[in-house]
Design a protein around this ligand. Structure first.
Ligand code: ATP
Length: 777
């Protein structure tokens, strides 16, 4: 029962925060609730979860429940929303919102965090704008007294965008969209196998009435032949264009055809494009005569547990939402929490809602230029990338004149990481559209240096389109990788081979060894004229330890593998008896993977090389575990996880830590160690690694092109001729190697000097309730 009198306001700036999920459910919503509940409690606030979205706000009573710390245990790995969501017609009308306001006041709630789509956030903003009037009316009609409403003069609202469609303007991603994309790609990957076996065509319908993000990204990630999205209908003659392109792909020897259609797809005149229309075209006996099937993915796209990225943004945005509530003044415009590239920011909600609605209006008015213009840079980049990598033959306009053509070598250095092949495929496709010659160097610098001895035929050769076309979703490295650096292979030899093969641009993909290799090549440029060519590195390593970027290809695949592994272990730990699992993660001397996986699975502690491990720290954590298990109620005997980076300590290994915990637990709980090892490299790369691979690889080749007429020693004057591409904060940037090497590289520990994720460790600790523990000196 809701109290009849509002509880007295909390002391000082502490707030009573209402948390709700609204609109369609999306994976990651539970992570957001967990983060809001725990961050708020940690800050001395109270949190009330409002069940069933606005329906619960209007109905009040048991729909509004105070949440305590343990209530959200284990929520990170649960799909959908555990506090329910509903569409509520009453809230569209003022009487419904009056009831909502009354229930807020009666529960003492003075701030609201809402996780939902643009509809839910529009409703929230309307509610806030009307708030003073609603309270006035409640007093006038005698529903509440002036005394009761007095402490509630201002309502603060913060929006979190939870939606699988990724249709909100102002943010690159919404909570849930990458999980939905993951599900789509998984399904398309399955379909591809059968399509290829039977040489069939598949037309696949995905969600997205006004937003083609899912369809477009699925097209990029799977290398689909053709994609239809609402924002940018195909040309008037799309039927001929599609059939012509697919005929060409088939002529190349492709055995499978995949067409992805957003549910809101239409032609230039607004006429709906259906899967049946496409099927009829592809199957037409007088035309392609392909054995064609339709698959409508439907609600599987919503389902399941959230992927690592969604858990991460849900958590970090939930934390930021509570901070925004605490920072709010009566004049603060209502914010929503966005992410741009890798940066979480607060942005005005009203503008984002207006922009989002404008897209739908622009589509309706067939102003597609405006619709695309209102989408984010990443979306537009991805569209261009998609067109470049699939419709190579259609892009004659992109062909450069002969004297501008380059011979661009692509080399993989280090250990395999998800997305390396997708990046290579995209680079090759881009080169071919421009008239460049893409050259494969097999097995890294070691392969390059030794090929002429024993295997002259294989190690250096030109790529062709058909061979790379199927690489969009392939894990590992199709041209082989090696950790050897050019100095180890012999710099003079490498320089002579670059001259021999007339290479005039070098594209390196790989991890810290690749970074080291590029550093050596840069420094050798003054001694060898053949090295006076543009060179760029696309970081790719599961450890995410390459200076110059906050994201390396493969790190997302690794995080997902590790997270899935931890979820399974946690389930086993909970099912058997009270158990702590100590899991050793890879990452070299970088704690990125351990920390981020800790964030995604709710680890009780994360041990990293950066921080080290001490006996006092272990003792404090064991003490914390003892108390935590003691306070568990009968039903919540969930297992707990500790993540240890492989290089965190020479002495305290995962095995030893597990043994120490067991010894100290005195049979009150159990402890085991577990090492996932190379599983962390992942099988099929994640959609994020695949799509970012495409976008970043194309940018790299474009960057090299900028130096096509500067292949001489004058290039040494330009630091941009030797760079590493990276995502830094909210931007994608090429940073000169010289600068990164000198200012941001911890050579001894093979990681950046400034690790952007360091502050996240504190968040992992706070959200798992880890007390302040003594840190090693
Ligand atoms: P999805 O992206 O899944 O569609 P959404 O949040 O856009 O999510 P909606 O059905 O549009 O989903 O909105 C959810 C609820 O938010 C509605 O049922 C209604 O209660 C409330 N709501 C939406 N728009 C408004 C509005 N203009 N005024 C008041 N309330 C609204």
């Amino acid at each position: 029962m809701a109290p009849l009198q509002p509880p007295p306001p909390l002391e000082g700036k502490k707030r009573r925060i209402g948390m709700m999920t609204s609109g369609g459910d999306s994976p990651g919503m539970n992570g957001a609730i967990r983060a809001v509940v725990r961050t708020a409690i940690d800050a001395g606030c109270e949190v009330y979860c409002i069940y069933e979205g606005y329906e619960g706000l209007v109905k009040g009573k048991d729909f509004i429940r105070k949440f305590e710390w343990p209530f959200v245990r284990g929520w990170l790995s649960e799909g959908g929303t555990l506090i329910g969501t509903a569409r509520c017609m009453e809230f569209y009308e003022r009487p419904g919102r009056l009831l909502g306001a009354k229930n807020m006041v009666l529960n003492g709630i003075d701030a609201l965090i809402i996780c939902g789509g643009d509809g839910s956030l529009t409703g929230a903003d309307k509610f806030r704008a009307e708030w003073p009037g609603l309270l006035e009316e409640l007093v006038q009609t005698g529903e509440l007294t002036a005394e009761q409403t007095k402490p509630f003069k201002h309502l603060n609202i913060v929006g979190l965008v939870g939606s699988i469609d990724n249709d909100m303007s102002g943010t690159d991603a919404t909570i849930g969209c990458y999980s939905a994309l993951g599900r789509i790609c998984e399904m398309v990957d399955y379909i591809e196998a059968t399509a290829s076996s039977h040489s069939r065509a598949f037309v696949i319908e995905v969600m997205g009435r006004h937003c083609g993000w899912l369809a477009l990204m699925a097209g990029v990630a799977t290398g689909a032949d053709f994609v239809f999205i609402p924002e940018k209908p195909r040309a008037e003659n799309w039927k001929e264009e599609m059939c012509g392109l697919i005929a060409e792909h088939r002529k190349f020897g492709k055995r499978k055809t995949i067409v992805i259609v957003a549910e809101g797809a239409h032609d230039q005149d607004g006429g709906k494009i259906t899967c049946e229309m496409i099927k009829d075209l592809l199957a037409d006996k007088k035309g392609l005569a392909l054995d064609t099937r339709i698959t409508t993915l439907g609600h599987v796209q919503r389902g399941g547990t959230a992927c690592a990225y969604d858990r991460m943004i849900a958590t970090l945005q939930g934390v930021e939402a509570v901070k925004a509530v605490l920072d709010a003044t009566p004049d603060t415009p209502t914010p929503f929490i966005a992410i741009n590239e890798n940066k979480i920011t607060r942005k005005p909600l009203v503008q984002a809602v207006i922009d989002t609605k404008e897209v739908a209006k622009a589509i309706e008015a067939r102003d597609f230029k405006k619709a695309m213009g209102l989408r984010d840079t990443e979306f537009i980049d991805m569209y261009d990338s998609y067109m470049t990598t699939t419709a190579t033959s259609l892009n004659k306009s992109m062909l450069l004149p002969g004297d501008k053509h380059m011979r661009i070598a692509i080399i993989h250095v280090g250990a395999p990481a998800g997305g390396v092949n997708a990046a290579t495929r995209a680079a090759v496709a881009y080169c071919l559209t421009r008239g460049h010659t893409p050259i494969a160097i097999h097995n890294g610098f070691a392969g390059f240096a030794r090929h002429h001895d024993d295997k002259p035929e294989g190690a250096v050769r030109e790529f062709n389109w058909l061979e790379v076309d199927g690489w969009a979703s392939k894990g590992g490295s199709e041209i082989g990788m090696n950790r050897e650096t050019p100095e180890e292979s012999g710099m003079e030899l490498i320089a002579s081979l670059i001259a021999k093969y007339k290479i005039d641009g070098l594209f390196i993909i790989g991890g810290f060894e690749a970074f080291h290799s590029l550093s050596q090549l840069r420094q050798a440029r003054k001694d060898y004229s053949s090295l006076c060519i543009p060179m760029t590195l696309l970081p790719a390593t599961i450890s995410n330890n390459v200076p110059g970027t906050e994201y390396s290809l493969g790190s997302d695949t690794c995080l997902n593998e590790l997270m899935n592994y931890c979820d399974k272990i946690k389930q086993s730990a909970s099912a058997s008896r009270r158990r702590v699992f100590v899991i050793e993660t890879q990452g070299g001397k970088s704690g990125y993977i351990a920390t981020l996986a800790g964030l995604c699975v709710g680890a009780v502690a994360v041990y990293t090389h950066e921080e080290g491990i001490s006996i006092a720290m272990l003792a404090a954590d064991i003490d914390h575990l003892r108390k935590a298990f003691e306070s568990d109620s009968g039903q919540s005997r969930a297992g707990r996880l500790i993540l240890v980076n492989e290089k965190a300590s020479k002495v305290y290994t995962a095995r030893l830590i597990a043994d120490m915990i067991r010894e100290e637990a005195h049979d009150r709980f159990e402890s085991r160690d577990s090492i996932p090892g190379h599983v962390q490299q992942g099988g099929v790369p994640s959609p994020m690694d695949r799509t970012r691979a495409v976008r970043l690889a194309i940018k790299c080749i474009e960057h090299l092109e900028g130096f096509q007429d500067r292949r001489d020693s004058t290039i040494l004057d330009d630091d941009q001729s030797c760079t590493v591409i990276g995502i830094k904060g909210a931007s994608v940037v090429f940073t000169p190697m010289k600068e990164v090497e000198e200012k941001d590289t911890d050579w001894k520990n093979r990681r950046p000097l400034n690790e952007f994720w360091s502050p996240l460790k504190h968040i992992v600790d706070v959200l798992s309730g880890r007390p302040e523990v003594p840190r090693p000196e």
